[in-house]
Design a protein around this ligand. Structure first.
Ligand SMILES: Nc1ncnc2c1ncn2[C@@H]1O[C@H](COP(=O)(O)OP(=O)(O)OP(=O)(O)O)[C@@H](O)[C@H]1O
Ligand code: SF4
Ligand SMILES: [Mg+2]
Length: 362
């Protein structure tokens, strides 16, 4: 049978929990127009995010992992409604998100984005107190009487304690980790349901990264937040996340429980990512070494987008995009190696002398 299908049932990535997820994305796609002159003017697009469905239940962390340019930030920005999807929809607590100004304001309160750079996300001329009081006042979360105590509580919630040590400081008087905590506290001021953290520790000194990751971990439990953690670093995804979602060239190539994904990656790209991340707990050597670089998202490769870099690529990989296939409990991989429906012709190595396909993956 020729596996021409790329349309399988919609696979919703993210931690599996009973009940309605705090935030759900259905088949999100974002194509950015390419601004250029000439005969292709206005017709070319960057395929930044392609048909991604994701559910973020409360009190969970979902890590989105991938190389630079794989579409992680675009996905996070779509989830905050900072950009409009080309297609797809968002549901907050099971309800489709409206497009009116009122609905957007309500959404902004519930879904908060923490940016990579705590330097630029805080205004250097204003104190910590100003940054935290502003959302409390704007969203009527505190009155004149309890403004000071609510501001101090926010600082305590992000472990900037005692509060009086920080409350009248200015951003330049804080460390990078403390600034990132203030940025997170500002988000907590409006009691959000969802925190989207786009590389929240990548600009911090290595020694203070763990503290911020541990804070996110505490917030998941204590505030029952649904957290999306965007990172290049698959080792930190394993440390923090319940579920890891691996993106390559705008698509999800693998997802599942974070420990399972890192212990037994089923997609050759996840193996490549792991091979670049030193992991003292791993006893077996990684399967792949670095090979090539990510493709253009204006003209992405046909079939499996990873096929030009994949040492296991078969004939079918160059022509037909693989659907997400179950590989273990709650783990799926979009890779033809895990299909039992390949013919001998389809399974022929794409590269002369390439390894024979089969159940050779660990
Ligand atoms: N506003 C935009 N207009 C055109 N192309 C864009 C725009 N924003 C992002 N892109 C493109 O979309 C693709 C995905 O970008 P994105 O920033 O989401 O990647 P990323 O995975 O977050 O990368 P990094 O790890 O470097 O932050 C890239 O090719 C990028 O150039
Ligand atoms: S074996 Fe084929 S489908 Fe799987 S990752 Fe490699 S190129 Fe893609
Ligand atoms: Mg990014």
């Amino acid at each position: 049978m020729t596996p021409t299908r790329t349309e399988g049932p919609v696979v919703v990535h993210g931690p599996k929990r009973p009940g309605t997820p705090a935030l759900e994305a259905r088949r999100l796609t974002k194509h950015f127009p390419v601004h250029q002159l000439g005969p292709t003017r206005g017709r070319q697009v960057v395929h930044a995010v392609e048909d991604i469905s994701l559910a973020l239940p409360e009190a969970t962390v979902t890590a989105v992992v991938g190389e630079s340019g794989s579409g992680k930030s675009t996905l996070a920005r779509l989830l905050t409604q900072l950009i409009t999807p080309t297609s797809g929809e968002l549901l907050l607590d099971g309800q489709p998100v409206g497009s009116s100004a009122k609905a957007r304001r309500a959404y902004t309160r519930m879904v908060h984005l923490v940016l990579q750079d705590p330097f630029s996300s805080l205004n250097s001329v204003h104190s910590v107190r100003y940054h935290l009081e502003r959302p409390l006042k704007l969203h009527r979360r505190a009155g004149r009487d309890d403004l000071d105590s609510r501001t101090r509580q926010l600082l305590e919630r992000v472990a900037l304690s005692p509060a009086e040590r920080f409350i009248d400081s200015f951003p330049h008087e804080l460390s990078g980790g403390q600034r990132q905590r203030v940025a997170i506290a500002r988000g907590l001021a409006v009691e959000p349901r969802v925190l989207l953290a786009d590389e929240p520790v990548s600009m911090l000194d290595v020694s203070i990264r763990l503290g911020v990751l541990n804070l996110l971990d505490e917030l998941r439990e204590r505030e029952r937040l649904a957290i999306l953690y965007v990172t290049h670093d698959i080792a930190s995804a394993r440390y923090l996340a319940d579920t890891a979602v691996v993106m390559y060239a705008g698509q999800v190539v693998e997802s599942g429980p974070a420990t399972q994904i890192t212990d037994a990656p089923a997609h050759p790209y996840t193996q490549l990512l792991l091979s670049a991340a030193p992991d003292p707990a791993r006893t077996d050597p990684p399967v792949l070494r670095g090979r090539g670089s990510p493709p253009s998202l204006v003209n992405p490769p046909s079939g499996c987008r990873f096929h030009p870099r994949c040492p296991f690529a078969m004939a079918v990989c160059a022509t037909t995009a693989p659907p997400a296939l179950p590989v273990a409990t709650e783990q799926v991989a979009a890779c033809w190696l895990h299909s039992t429906e390949r013919t001998a012709a389809e399974s022929a190595p794409l590269k002369p002398g390439g390894p024979a396909a089969g159940p050779a993956l660990p």
